[in-house]
Design a protein around this ligand. Structure first.
Ligand SMILES: [Cu+2]
Length: 119
């Protein structure tokens, strides 16, 4: 009986720990998170640690002063990658990218990061 209780407790701990790693976290982006690029990028690529559901995922881009930068609707560059085209050539400066995704495990995650275009 004691052995059964110990096994059940261990299993519960293992299961409780698993979901945290199963979400879709931003693995890397192009332009890079916190990176500086020369020349205006034509599109942004956001790659996640898990496959995502495009219908419930999105990206917003804003200039440093908060003004929104128009983009295309997001598309999947790969099952775990969001791609948006920038509607115009960005001027030098720092930009804020806000994203939200729903992963194939149905969990929702979101975040923001910055990148800079050098003068
Ligand atoms: Cu999850």
């Amino acid at each position: 009986m004691q052995r059964l209780l110990t096994l059940t407790a261990a299993l519960a701990c293992a299961l409780a720990a698993t979901p945290a790693y199963a979400h879709a976290f931003l693995d890397h982006a192009i332009p890079a998170v916190g990176g500086t690029v020369t020349g205006a990028p034509r599109e942004l690529q956001l790659t996640y640690t898990q496959n995502i559901v495009l219908a419930f995922s999105g990206v917003r881009v804003a200039a440093g002063n908060g003004s929104p930068v128009p983009t295309s609707k997001p598309r999947l560059g790969a099952p775990n990658e969001l791609v948006v085209k920038l509607a115009r050539a960005l001027k030098p400066g720092t930009y804020v990218v806000s994203w939200h995704v729903v992963s194939v495990d149905t969990h929702h995650t979101q975040g923001t990061y910055k990148f800079t275009i050098a003068p």
